[in-house]
Design a protein around this ligand. Structure first.
Ligand code: IFM
Length: 435
């Protein structure tokens, strides 16, 4: 596998999934605190109250990150640690935590990639309508501006939002994620307010004249037609529109997908000037890739998901490395040229430690095969600059609680003991160039 010398390798996490310390040092409540404590919402009633206790153990975790030999570490900042009520008074202890983390990374020579929003909206803002309320985008701008002023130069990559599709669709459309609202129309409105929030934060960033790079991370899922029949092609294209192009088109073309505008009601929430903010130039695009969907049309022509053809991960997602190459090539062709980063890729499998070892060969193979597809894309001329494995640590996997493990490092959630899995050992030697 050939990668350029300056290619960035990293591992990624997110605040609510690892930090714990839900009420420590003045942190405010987030929608995930509220949601996870609502009976029936998260498997086995798990919450992020303790998670990996990273807030208290971060120095130990920094040593593990360094030990892995990665160039970069991607993490997210918890908005409710900075503004416990979403806006207003700043919590200096929360800010202090991220300053220490960033400085700690710099001391170890690890390049920080920081995400501003990985789904943990302050509950106080949800009480005012959350992402259904346009004002939330402006509160996000204020939060982002403060972070850029205080910490802007300390990271190398800034990511405004992680996977706005998940925040919008899972949070406000299907209700599987916090805040648990089910509203097909609300979903598109939330998506728009999230995109606007991104645009406003980007504007705030440019005003600071900072030298690090800024982008956004999208979870893009190739929607592959199961045949070349026109009905199947049309169905797959429609799904692609709502899953992928609904975010890519506004960001890179300044409009929602043309073929979908008629069937939606976007006129009711888009305001003049929104698209010039949303489509302002980015320094890079972050792509989170896990799997593909196989799509065909039912008798009425509506898109339906077909069963996977290959092995599944513990999430039930098909292992499909080729999709990574296809996706990178397609994004580059349709929306480039623009530097790309894989800001997440990884897999959940059942892990059972035995005598202090976790023999997770499936995860190792998954990574190896996906790395190979990334190398193919680089070879084909795609400007792919870096690759972050999801995840550094086993962590709180949202609606699945601690029942799905994605880590390179195994976490015993009772003792907080960490064990480098075999996939982590393989990654470490890959990075040393010995694999
Ligand atoms: O754990 C999540 C992460 O928070 C966002 N992207 C997908 C991962 C696996 O589901």
């Amino acid at each position: 596998m050939n990668f350029p010398k300056d290619f960035i390798w990293g591992a990624a996490t997110a605040a609510y999934q690892i930090e714990g310390a839900f009420n420590q040092d003045g942190r405010g409540e987030s929608i995930w605190d509220r949601f996870s404590k609502t009976p029936g919402k998260v498997l086995r009633g798990h919450t992020g109250d303790l998670a990996c206790d990273h807030y208290n153990l971060f120095r130990r975790d920094l040593r593990l990150i360094a030990g892995l030999g990665v160039d970069s570490y991607r993490f997210s900042i918890a908005w409710p640690r900075i503004f416990p009520r979403g806006s207003g008074k700043v919590n200096s202890k929360g800010l202090g935590f991220y300053k220490e983390l960033l400085m700690g990374l710099q001391e170890l020579g690890i390049r920080p990639a920081a995400t501003l929003y990985h789904w943990d909206l302050p509950q106080a803002l949800e009480n005012k309508g959350g992402w259904l309320n346009r004002d939330t985008a402006y509160y996000f701008r204020d939060y982002a501006a403060l972070i850029f002023q205080e910490l802007g130069d300390l990271a190398e990559l800034w990511i405004t939002l992680n996977e706005p599709w998940c925040s919008a669709y899972l949070g406000y459309g299907s209700g599987e994620h916090a805040p648990g609202i089910r509203s097909p129309q609300g979903y598109l409105q939330a998506a728009h307010n999230l995109l606007l929030a991104h645009g406003l934060a980007l504007q705030a960033y440019r005003e600071e004249n900072l030298s690090p790079k800024i982008g956004i991370s999208l979870n893009l899922i190739p929607q592959e037609p199961v045949s070349q029949r026109p009905e199947d092609l049309k169905a797959a294209r429609l799904r692609d529109g709502f899953q992928n192009r609904w975010y890519l088109d506004p960001l890179f073309r300044g409009e929602y997908p043309r073929d979908l505008q008629e069937s939606s009601f976007i006129g009711s929430f888009v305001q003049e000037g929104d698209f010039s903010l949303i489509a302002a130039p980015l320094d890079f695009l972050g792509i989170n890739y896990y799997s593909r969907d196989r799509i065909g049309a039912d008798k009425e022509g509506r898109p339906v998901k077909y069963p996977a053809e290959r092995e599944l991960t513990a999430m039930g997602w098909e292992v499909y490395p080729q999709g990574l190459f296809d996706l990178l090539s397609r994004v580059d062709r349709d929306y480039g040229p623009l530097p790309l980063y894989i800001t997440e890729n990884g897999a959940a499998f059942e892990d059972t430690p035995q005598e202090g070892r976790v023999a997770d060969f499936e995860r190792k193979n998954y990574l190896k095969e996906h790395f190979a597809q990334a190398a193919r894309a680089v070879e084909a001329g795609v400007p792919l600059k870096g690759y972050y494995v999801w995840s550094l640590l086993d962590n709180f996997e949202w609606a699945y609680g601690y029942e799905r493990r994605f880590g390179l490092i195994y976490v015993d959630f009772k003792t907080q003991k960490r064990i480098l899995k075999d996939s982590g050992r393989w990654f470490r030697s890959f990075l040393k160039g010995s694999n």
